[in-house]
Design a protein around this ligand. Structure first.
Ligand code: UDX
Length: 435
């Protein structure tokens, strides 16, 4: 099949490369000539494990190409995926659909045959209806077109695995022909027996938001239990295990930490609340989740100040990890941003090291001294803080760190160390949700 991706960002690029790997002929189109030039030269615009090699092998096999030309890209395509950004709109937090609408217009104008338009961007309920209206207006009766919703559930850092071995594929379609085309597009995955769920288009759009809001709720729930654990002398990791073994609850996304961040949960929970508001349907649980998570990121700053003995003035704090999660260079809504701000407000100086996020972080955090290694970052510090659970931080040479720091305090916001192992080196250990 011939597939076109509009948008060579995170979702478009990963999906495009994976579809090509399944044997489809894929063109990724992006307006940004610098990005396309870089991709043509084999340089990835994002860090995602395995992506560079996957792109290279499919380009070499002639199945994957890149272009800035929508018209050429869309001509002859069986399916055109819209995978452009839907950032939070300034002011009301709703998803900004201007890129989606602009893409729909351009695709509509470029369509030269029967074609299914697939919305992969995360879009509020009803957007598919609007995209269909825009495309039909441009195409008229000359060709058969239909718009389907096909939300993505890729996790950054694990996106290729998630694409190739999904828990499920969701297709929201109002048209049998379009459903058949989508069956062909995902045929290689059915052979792996990935469950495919066909629903109405609006339902598919809502599934994406409901899934993300539910996961954000699960994380926030365990974070609040962690606070209670600290107050009553219980251990949140054991509570997680104890409840997670119940199949009805499930073990995943019960890891207490500094609050969720990233490109999806913060933005999608806000957009869901906006849809709820517009429809006069209160969603108090999600409202609380958003508020509790925002407060939590700042509370992590206070936790670090407490570990410094209650006064941060003149002290130096070393942050290990800045990205919102490991295996990405993504800093969007990363807890580190709020943590740095509250430490600086409290009078501390901050140094940091992140294996992949330094370049992006340096622009966002001009007051932070960026170090070349974890060991350089911790030198002369009064507290070492693990903010992101990169594998490289799981087996630090604690004896060496003990020699380098000024005060031995380890604040482990991801609970990747055991208290006894850290205390053996003379550190005071501060984990999350433990006595
Ligand atoms: C998420 C969804 O998982 C994915 O399906 C969707 O398509 C996009 O949003 P992503 O944002 O890449 O993916 O990361 P994810 O692994 O879900 O983590 C999100 C945030 O939650 C991170 O800040 C992470 O640190 C935090 N988290 C996750 C926890 O604090 N505890 C957990 O148990 C799990």
């Amino acid at each position: 099949m011939k597939i076109t991706m509009i948008g060579a960002g995170y979702v478009g690029l990963v999906s495009g490369a994976c579809f090509a790997d399944f044997g489809h002929e894929v063109t990724c189109v992006d307006k940004d000539p610098t990005k396309i030039d870089a991709l043509l030269g084999g340089i990835m615009p994002i860090y995602e494990p395995g992506l560079e090699a996957l792109v290279a092998s499919n380009v070499a096999a002639g199945r994957l190409s890149f272009s800035t030309d929508v018209t050429a890209g869309v001509a002859g395509a069986d399916a055109v995926f819209i995978a452009v950004g839907t950032p939070s709109r300034r002011g009301d937090g709703h998803a900004d659909l201007s890129y989606v609408h602009a893409a729909a217009k351009e695709v509509g104008a470029a369509i030269a045959g029967d074609c299914v338009i697939v919305n992969k961007s995360t879009v509020p309920v009803g957007t598919g209806d609007e995209v269909e209206r825009i495309v039909r207006e441009a195409v008229g009766d000359t060709h058969r077109v239909a718009v389907v919703s096909n939300p993505e559930f890729l996790r950054e850092g694990a996106a290729i695995g998630d694409f190739k071995r999904p828990d499920r594929i969701v297709i929201g379609s109002e048209d049998d022909w379009a459903s058949d085309v989508m069956r062909q597009v995902y045929r290689p995955l059915f052979l792996n027996e990935a469950p495919i769920l066909f629903t109405g288009r609006r339902t598919a759009e809502l599934i994406k938001y409901a899934a993300n809001a539910f996961l954000a709720t699960k994380i926030t729930f365990i974070n609040e239990i962690a606070d209670l654990c600290e107050a009553v002398g219980a251990d949140v990791q054991d509570v997680s295990r104890g409840i997670g073994l119940d199949n009805r609850i499930g073990a995943k996304f019960l890891h207490a930490g500094p609050g969720y961040g990233g490109s999806c949960f913060p933005k999608d929970t806000l957009a869901l609340l906006k849809t709820a508001q517009d429809n006069d349907v209160p969603m108090r649980i999600v409202e609380s989740v958003v508020q509790v998570n925002d407060n939590r990121k700042r509370a992590m700053g206070r936790k670090i100040v407490n570990a410094l003995g209650g006064d941060a003035r003149g002290k130096k704090v070393a942050l290990l990890g800045l990205t919102f999660k490991p295996n990405t260079d993504d800093m969007r809504d990363a807890p580190s941003l709020a943590i740095v701000q509250s430490l600086i407000d409290a009078g501390a100086s901050v140094s940091a090291y992140d294996p992949e996020g330094m370049k992006v972080a340096a622009d966002l955090l001009p007051d932070v001294t960026m170090a070349d290694t974890a060991y350089a970052a911790v030198k002369d510090s009064d507290a070492v803080v693990i903010v992101t659970e990169w594998d490289a931080f799981r087996a630090l040479d604690l004896a060496e760190i003990a020699r380098l720091v000024r005060t031995k305090a380890l604040v482990d916001l991801r609970n990747i160390y055991r208290r006894a192992d850290v205390e053996r080196h003379g550190f005071a250990y501060h984990g999350i949700g433990m006595p």
